[in-house]
Design a protein around this ligand. Structure first.
Ligand code: HEC
Length: 129
């Protein structure tokens, strides 16, 4: 009995720190608009690379598709490949030679995934202090 209670306690302790798939959470959000420093870097990269020119200020799509919708189905590998290599014949640029994008690919993905998941409720975010 003691062992069981201990086991349950341990489970409850570990659970909130982990995403459903057992990996560390991609991003941290408070109140829909405050994010951890890494996700903040993702937002800054999004702005600096001007992805909004084609995907819209709120990621909901313009010339390019809605990334809110895309990231619900696109795998992380496909995301990285698309942003790195582009789809030149279809109007998506290659960001291969953009150091900020290449260095912050995971952060950019985390930010956009947070938007797509609905956890980040508006495009503009602030850093959790
Ligand atoms: C010049 C316009 C333009 C810019 C700037 C641009 N994109 Fe795109 N993007 C597109 C178009 C057009 C597509 C659709 C390509 C296709 O039809 O397969 C696309 C597709 C994508 C896809 C794949 C979506 C899917 O459902 O397959 C991702 C992810 C993406 N863009 C992310 C980004 C990110 C991140 C940035 C900034 C670093 C960015 N894009 C900047 C035009 C742009």
């Amino acid at each position: 009995m003691k062992k069981l209670i201990f086991g349950l306690g341990l489970l409850m302790l570990l659970n909130p720190l982990q995403a459903a798939d057992g990996e560390a959470a991609l991003y941290k959000v408070e109140g829909g608009t405050k994010v951890d420093s890494q996700t903040m870097k993702g937002f800054r990269t999004w702005r600096a690379a001007a992805c909004d020119r084609c995907h819209g200020a709120n990621q909901e799509g313009m010339v390019g598709p809605s990334l809110i919708a895309s990231l619900k189905v696109l795998s992380k590998d496909d995301f990285v490949k698309t942003v790195r290599d582009g789809r030149l014949e279809k109007g998506m640029l290659s960001f291969n030679t953009n150091p900020m994008v290449m260095e912050n690919m995971n952060q950019l993905y985390a930010y956009l995934k947070g938007r797509s998941d609905g956890a980040i409720t508006q495009a503009r975010v602030e850093e959790i202090k």
